[in-house]
Each structure stands twice: as C-alpha cells, then as structure tokens.
Design a protein around this ligand. Structure first.
Ligand code: BTN
Length: 225
C-alpha cells in the first residue's frame, strides 16, 4: 500500500503535506505537528512522543465509499491498539480518546485523492479528554512498533473493504463499538439529535431512536448524553 515515506521532525500537518505532494501510496510521518488538525477544523495536539501520520491511497476506492473507509480505518486502528470505537471513528479507551482519524478528499473534483490521517496518543503528554497508550499500560511504547501494528492492520482492512468485505467490517465495528446502546447527542449539519444509538447502517450512518422515531445520521459529532 505504501511506495514512499516522507519523514519530518516537525511539520505543520501531515495531512497538509500529503495534499501538497499529492502522490498516491505515500506515507507522511512527523515527530510533532505545529498545525495538527482534527475534524471540524479543530486542533489536534501533536506534541513529541505521539504518532502522527497520513497515508495517500491508490486510486482504487470509489469516492462514495469514503464514509465506509473512515469507519474501516477506525476498526483497523482499534483492533491494533486493543481499544474500542465511538461513532463515527474515534478510537477510545474507557470513553477517552486514544486516537483520532481524519479522512479527507483533495485535488481535482472529478478525480479526487484520499488522504487518511491518524494521530495516536502514545507517550506524549495526555491531551484534555484524551488517554495515551502510556496512561493505559503504565509504560512507554516503542512508536515504531505501534506504527507497524497499525499499518499492518490498516492494510489488511483496506483490502478487505476493496474486496467486498464491508459487511464483515461493519459487524466488527458493531462489536467494538462503545456507542451502540447508549443515549447520545449527535450534532450534524442538519441539527442536533438526542436519542439512543441503535445500530450502524449499511452505509455507515448511525441509526438513532429519537423519542420513538427512527432517525439516521450520516456524519456529525457524537456525545454521550
Ligand atoms: C479528529 O479526531 O478530529 C481527527 C484527528 C486527526 C489527527 C491526525 S494527526 C496526523 C494527521 N495530520 C493532521 O493534521 N491530522 C491528522
């Protein structure tokens, strides 16, 4: 899946580097980021000791599968780190965020490229509401080993998704989910929904019971009520 690696001691954002270089099948990795970004334009704390990388994908995944890709990446990372998932794709441990995933489209509108950005709290200072591998296990981790485990898992799940394995991945997501069965508040572009998370839909949306009415949300920010 990866032909070339760009390594930085410090960089603005590995997703940003990926967009500028715009070469498929490339890994961008940094010791720290000065402009690490999260979903909805938020900042991603990127101090030394964490793992910050982005991968540009080959042009073989249909663009309409990107929502599935973000969930698939979550499954791959959660599996590698023995953690759980919060919809849509936060990798969490006891409700605290261990890893964030930011999939973005860029380049030409008719033929966009996909970058998958992953930030894992490893030995870095714990961000607010976050948790690191060091916090969980009480020891420092070799980041190269963590990177290797995550990449092997990502490659496996990426090819599974490409080869018709979405149904299986979706089941794994459900088993690793911390969100299903919980009362949640989901903030979307269309509004705020408060209800019980019932299921993950076939297209990656979250199915909610909002006061007896079934509602499906596609993307948004999810909080526990
Ligand atoms: C989120 O949870 O909001 C997503 C966070 C994604 C952070 C990673 S760190 C590597 C890559 N470069 C960035 O600027 N962001 C992603």
């Amino acid at each position: 899946l990866i032909d070339e690696v760009y390594y930085y001691t410090v960089v603005d954002s590995t997703n940003q580097r990926a967009k500028e270089v715009a070469k498929p099948k490339t890994l961008f990795i940094a010791e720290r980021q000065t402009e690490g970004r999260g979903r909805y334009g938020r900042r991603w704390m990127s101090e030394c000791g964490g793992l910050y990388f982005s991968i540009t994908l080959p042009r073989d995944l249909p663009i309409e599968d990107v929502p599935k890709l973000t969930l698939t990446t979550g499954v791959a990372v959660a599996k590698a780190l023995r953690a759980r998932l919060k919809w849509p794709n936060d990798v969490v441990y006891n409700g605290r965020k261990l890893c964030g995933i930011l999939c973005e489209l860029f380049g030409e509108i008719e033929d966009p490229m996909i970058v998958v950005g992953v930030g894992v709290n490893v030995n870095n200072p714990t961000p607010p509401n976050g948790v690191s591998l060091k916090d969980i296990h009480g020891r420092e981790f070799n980041r190269l080993e963590v990177l290797k485990d995550v990449l092997i898992s990502f490659e496996r799940y990426y090819f599974k998704l490409l080869n018709g394995g979405w149904g299986e991945i979706r089941n794994e997501w459900k088993h690793m989910s911390e969100t299903l069965g919980k009362d949640v508040v989901v903030r979307t572009a269309k509004g705020v929904y408060t209800g019980r998370a019932l299921d993950l839909d076939g297209d990656g949306g979250l199915i909610l019971d909002v006061g007896g009415k079934i509602v499906k949300v596609f993307s948004g920010d999810c909080f526990y009520a």
